[in-house]
Design a protein around this ligand. Structure first.
Ligand SMILES: [Zn+2]
Length: 127
């Protein structure tokens, strides 16, 4: 594909040539693994309405710490409200998994805390 094509033309070509497009993308990733990783990262950020700059601002605002447990962020995950799409903050992997597995339900998380703190078993549910 010629380099002077517009983004719309490229999109249209990819849509009508999915097999060739997938092959081109795979070859590009093999030839330029670091560049491909950077592009994927930028694309992931765009999904949340972020740019590398706004992501950096968020990381600085959180002092490089997880917005939930405040551990040092080694590989930040962008946490967002799945209904409103609003970014809540950057989380460590464990907190991101916790929020996701709890289905973003504060009641479920509170129940988990009570459970972990050893709230006495409800005898009425024991057979
Ligand atoms: Zn955390």
């Amino acid at each position: 594909m010629a380099s002077h094509t517009t983004p719309e033309q490229k999109r249209a070509w990819r849509k009508t040539n999915p097999t060739a497009s997938a092959r081109h993308q795979r070859e590009y990733r093999e030839r330029h693994p670091e560049r491909a990783k950077q592009q994927q990262w930028r694309q992931d950020l765009r999904r949340y309405g972020l740019t590398p700059e706004t992501f950096g601002d968020l990381l600085i605002a959180q002092s490089g710490l997880c917005a939930c447990c405040e551990d040092q962020l080694l590989r930040p995950h962008v946490d967002h409200d799945h209904e409103t799409k609003r970014v809540r903050g950057l989380l460590c992997n464990w907190c991101n998994l916790m929020v996701g597995h709890a289905r973003e339900d504060p009641g479920r998380l509170a129940a988990g805390i009570r459970y972990l703190l050893g709230t006495p078993m409800r005898l009425d549910v024991v057979p």
